[in-house]
Ligand binder design. Structure first.
Ligand code: DX5
Ligand code: ZN
Length: 217
């Protein structure tokens, strides 16, 4: 089995100290930083954009996993590339030509991720699975941190893992939402290998301990 990649979500950090919070996550054992971009339209919340990502990129060289919860990812793509994103994940449900956006992400030298909301079935991703580096199976309705992990999404994770292995593909499978010491092993058993964790890491009394538990649980 692949080693787990733990990606703390900045959304649960102290926004007045994003650079220090990123450094704290790295020193606590984070593999990637997960950066949730929300436009107040695709989801019912507004978070931050390219300037904050640029500021983090300027002070840390950690892998930046950028999750775009925005209606027009194609329109804003180049700004996230320039800001220093390493992985750019776009939603299947957004208003864009999905295949074209994925192609542009890779042409820009970034890894390409595709995300699906809880209501979207796995089969909708089939046309794109040979064009992605990661499939993000949302385990909450996107928009807010601190929600409960939806166990019923594990069926999609299992399908994604078996489809990948049957077709000789190599994409990562990421879960995002409600991931903690008790749900990470459930997702890992289903086939996920990238674990986004906001509240359970940044708000833990000991972040290093929290990350290590998610890695080993
Ligand atoms: C939800 C975001 C998540 C969120 C996860 O819309 O995509 O990345 O930060 O937060 P927790 O881990 O607190 O559920
Ligand atoms: Zn996210």
């Amino acid at each position: 089995p692949t080693d787990r990649i733990i990606a703390p979500s900045l959304l649960a950090a102290d926004f007045g100290r994003v650079k220090e919070e990123t450094t704290r996550a790295i020193h606590s054992g984070a593999d990637w930083m997960h950066l949730d971009v929300m436009d107040g339209h695709f989801v019912d919340n507004i978070s931050f954009g390219p300037a904050i990502i640029q500021a983090i990129h300027d002070t840390n060289d950690v892998f930046l996993d950028v999750h775009l919860m925005i209606s027009r990812p194609d329109h804003f793509l180049s700004r996230f590339v320039e800001a220093g994103a390493d992985m750019i994940t776009v939603h299947l449900e957004a208003e864009h030509d999905v295949a074209e956006t994925l192609k542009r992400i890779r042409e820009a030298g970034c890894k390409a991720g595709l995300a699906i909301n809880p209501a979207t079935p796995f089969i909708d991703t089939l046309p794109y699975l040979d064009q992605i580096d990661m499939l993000l199976v949302m385990t909450v309705v996107p928009g807010f941190g601190g929600q409960s992990f939806m166990h019923e999404m594990m069926e999609k994770v299992e399908s994604a893992a078996s489809y990948r292995d049957e077709h000789g593909l190599a994409y990562h499978i990421e879960v995002d939402g409600g991931v903690d010491a008790s749900t990470a092993p459930v997702a890992a058993a289903a086939g996920a290998n990238v674990f986004v964790a906001g509240s359970s890491t940044f708000k833990a009394p000991d972040m290093a301990e929290a990350i290590s538990v998610i890695r080993q649980a």
